[in-house]
Design a protein around this ligand. Structure first.
Ligand code: GLA
Length: 337
């Protein structure tokens, strides 16, 4: 290969004793970031292409073209694939919850639809997708409530989560099955996720891991909270995957839209944070077996224009030219220390 990445140490090789290094990809970045992805990463996840609405837009219609293309990309580049995601309250087609006359369906019908979806999707990629985010974001961010209100919960009841894991396990008994969520390091939410996963384990539900999304920023969460989350989840005997990592350069309250590039200060702080995060991941690499970024480089991120319209963000360790930032070198230092 004659490429601008030739010769330098590959990120995934630097961490080969610890964990896989992954990136979320989409049909556009599989082209625009192809060389970067093939060089530094050994795992991918579909940013959107394996979500319910994309794979199963109507009851008798499955659309696998884009997901299959992603599988081909992984195979060609010898990469692992994390499946994302089977059951979620978002990006799920409306037909799933409705009958022909537009009314809400009953529990048994919804369970049958869930099972059909999971069977079809998991079986199609059996042996090629080694881990699935089976249920995404079921835990509530609000006060005393454990599970967020959703059509899955309202129609099926609490055991929709256990059922999803059972269906996935039946479809591919070898696949590692994850519960995945954000705000995973916030103490109150952490305890709810712990409670949920413990209750699944106590009922012998086939769950193997917890996905920590890790949508973080320059100040939040603090390192101590992340460490405690890792320890708490690991105490359940779960494998841990960092599943959607990005480090926003803006504070949550920051609404400025005037920046054309990140400031030196932001980049320095980001590099410092990435170093601390990877030190922690390395320290816990007995239980952390994969670290996936929610993108490849700063030229494309879902955080552009979200949550603030007209604002770009620079959350990764490669810049808009897909070249290493100080964050990359700091992460490499951790690998080599
Ligand atoms: C959540 C989901 C992801 C993705 C991000 C935003 O974290 O799990 O699939 O939609 O939001 O890109």
């Amino acid at each position: 290969m004659n490429s601008r990445y030739d010769g330098s140490t590959k990120l995934h090789e630097a961490f080969k004793q610890q964990f896989l290094i992954g990136a979320a990809v989409n049909p556009m970045t599989m082209i625009s970031q192809r060389e970067l992805l093939a060089y530094h990463f050994n795992s991918i996840t579909a940013e959107n292409e394996m979500k319910f609405e994309r794979l199963h837009p109507a009851e008798n219609q499955y659309t696998f073209d884009e997901a299959d293309r992603l599988m081909g990309f992984a195979k060609a580049n010898d990469m692992a694939v994390r499946g994302h995601t089977l059951v979620w309250h978002n990006q799920t087609s409306d037909w799933v919850f409705k009958n022909r006359s537009g009314g809400i369906i009953d529990r048994e019908t919804l369970l049958a639809r869930m099972k059909a979806h999971i069977d079809t999707v998991v079986t199609r990629y059996k042996g090629d997708i080694y881990a699935w985010d089976v249920v995404n974001e079921a835990v509530s961010d609000n006060g005393g409530e454990l599970l967020r209100s959703s059509k899955w919960l309202d129609i099926i009841g609490d055991d929709f989560i256990a059922k999803a894991f059972e269906f996935a396990h039946a479809a591919d008994p070898e696949a590692l099955l994850f519960y995945n969520d954000y705000n995973e390091s916030v103490p109150e939410k952490r305890e709810k996720i712990y409670t949920l996963v413990k209750s699944l384990k106590d009922k012998d539900v086939p769950i193997h891991g917890i996905g920590l999304q890790a949508h973080w920023s320059l100040e939040h969460p603090n390192l101590d909270d992340i460490r405690q989350a890792i320890e708490r989840y690991a105490s359940l005997g779960m494998k841990l995957h960092i599943t959607e990592m990005d480090v926003s350069v803006f504070r949550h309250e920051d609404r400025r839209t005037d920046l054309k590039a990140p400031t030196e200060e932001m980049l320095a702080r980001q590099a410092e944070r990435y170093q601390l995060f990877f030190q922690l991941f390395k320290e816990y690499s007995e239980c952390i077996t994969s670290v996936t970024f929610w993108g490849g480089a700063d030229d494309y991120t879902w955080l552009d224009h979200f949550p603030v319209r007209g604002r770009k963000n620079w959350p990764f360790i490669f810049d808009t030219e897909q070249l290493p930032k100080q964050s990359f070198w700091n992460v490499m230092d951790v690998a080599q220390s």
